[in-house]
Ligand binder design. Structure first.
Ligand SMILES: Nc1ncnc2c1ncn2[C@@H]1O[C@H](COP(=O)(O)OP(=O)(O)OP(=O)(O)O)[C@@H](O)[C@H]1O
Ligand SMILES: NCC(=O)N[C@@H]1O[C@H](COP(=O)([O-])[O-])[C@@H](O)[C@H]1O
Ligand SMILES: [Mg+2]
Length: 386
């Protein structure tokens, strides 16, 4: 395999569509292999902009704007990093011969909950929660009767819990409708899911390099308001339950095709495994791999894109805690006790240019026995101010 140097006529070039904290780590890992990096987002000084060779600020949902930067830069690989982008631009780029990771159709399927749910449940026959799609308040009311209460309402296009809520009594139906409508993304249609009273939920990082499929140790996580706050690895699972999850992850990623790392989300109740959703790219809960694995999920994503071997060492159990801002600041400052930087812990600061209440600004990482690591990650996050 030949490796090139950035900024040369023959450079291998990766373009990130979306440049948040996850893209920043992908850019760093790509740079380590001599790849030229271009970071695109809708606002300036996004985390990946800070480390890429070049950066662009465009409306990523605008087909022409997105196609223009693609045609201008002619990247070897296009890596979508967010869901809020023009899928038409990616489809067109693929037609023009560009390589979209994992492929434009997989991005299209996964960016819309309706597409991926129908694909997984109806085409592949994977077990999922019950679900109904609705477009009106009346249909939502009807859906609660079909699925029962509690149930979960989400815009078909949204992430990180935006627009998502749980209907716990009939009185919540109207509120859930309004929360979903106010969310970003395409809230014209909602998915209503039967509430799965799971024992635990996992992200199974699944990596395809065109030759083999490799799984990372399962990642456990806790979500608050649909957004992750704590993740840890590994989750002790019965071998047959883990095997079932791996089989389902293989089926859905084989179905989507292409190369790259996928974050496949499951709920586990007793010995039953429910497919929930997946990201065709590194997953926020997978940030824990920055401390637990010799090759993080970001490094594995880049290796998979290039078709390189996917071998790595699992150093041992660990945890990650998301730090969310407490303020609205144009000059964000984080106060972190020095004790957070120890022989088995550290904090990665994303460098977002503006803080908002609840915006994820940093992640605390701890390598230790799972329970100790979770406790310490929570302590570090609780000790941070900003
Ligand atoms: N049907 C369900 N039953 C029980 N809990 C659910 C259900 N759907 C979602 N949840 C809870 O809400 C969380 C977020 O849901 P989901 O993963 O669908 O949303 P998301 O906005 O795409 O999140 P992200 O982008 O962070 O992955 C889940 O991880 C789970 O904790
Ligand atoms: N669950 C998806 C996820 O974690 N995505 C990550 O968050 C960024 C957006 O952050 P912002 O909303 O703070 O700009 C995205 O760019 C991506 O890195
Ligand atoms: Mg999710």
């Amino acid at each position: 395999m030949h490796f090139t140097t950035p900024l040369k006529s023959n450079s291998t070039k990766i373009m990130l569509i979306g440049s948040g904290e996850l893209g920043k780590e992908v850019v760093i890992e790509a740079s380590r292999l001599g790849i030229e990096t271009v970071a695109v987002d809708s606002y300036p000084q996004a985390p990946a902009h800070l480390v890429a060779n070049r950066s662009y600020v465009i409306n990523m949902k605008n087909k022409e704007e997105l196609l223009e930067v693609i045609r201008l830069e002619k990247p070897t690989f296009i890596l979508p990093e967010v869901e809020a982008l023009s899928i038409e631009a990616l489809i067109e780029a693929e037609k023009e011969g560009f390589c979209v990771i994992p492929n434009a159709d997989a991005v299209k399927k996964t960016m819309n909950r309706k597409n991926i749910r129908e694909f997984a449940a109806e085409q592949l026959g994977l077990k999922t929660s019950g679900y109904v799609f609705v477009k009106t308040l009346e249909a939502l009311q009807e859906a609660t009767k079909i699925l029962g209460i509690p149930c979960v309402v989400k815009p078909v296009m949204s992430s990180s819990g935006h627009g998502q809520s749980v209907i716990r009594s009939e009185a919540d139906i109207q509120k859930a409708w309004e929360i979903a409508k106010e969310a970003r993304g395409d809230a014209s249609e909602l998915i209503v899911e039967a509430f799965v009273p799971f024992d635990y939920e996992i992200t199974l990082l699944t990596v395809r390099n065109g030759k083999e499929t490799v799984f990372c140790e399962p990642i456990g996580h806790i979500q608050e308001n649909g957004d992750y706050v704590l993740s840890w690895q590994p989750v002790p699972m019965k071998p047959e339950v883990l095997a079932k999850a791996q089989m389902m992850a293989k089926a859905v990623t084989d179905g989507l095709g292409g190369r790259g790392l996928f974050g496949v989300e499951f709920f586990v109740k007793d010995d039953e495994v429910y497919f929930s959703e997946l990201s065709p790219r590194p997953h926020d809960t997978g940030m824990v791999t920055m401390i637990t694995q010799s090759q993080s999920e970001f490094a594995l994503h880049v290796r998979a894109v290039l078709g390189l071997p996917l071998d790595f060492t699992f150093y041992g159990s660990g945890a990650s805690g998301a730090f969310k801002s407490m303020n609205e600041e144009h000059v964000p400052t984080l106060t972190i006790p020095e004790s957070a930087f120890s022989k088995n812990s550290f904090v990665r600061i994303f460098g977002k240019p503006v803080s908002h209440v609840g915006r994820r600004m940093a992640v605390a990482l701890v390598l230790d026995e799972v329970e100790a690591a979770k406790k310490r990650a929570k302590e570090i996050v609780a000790s941070m101010v900003g």
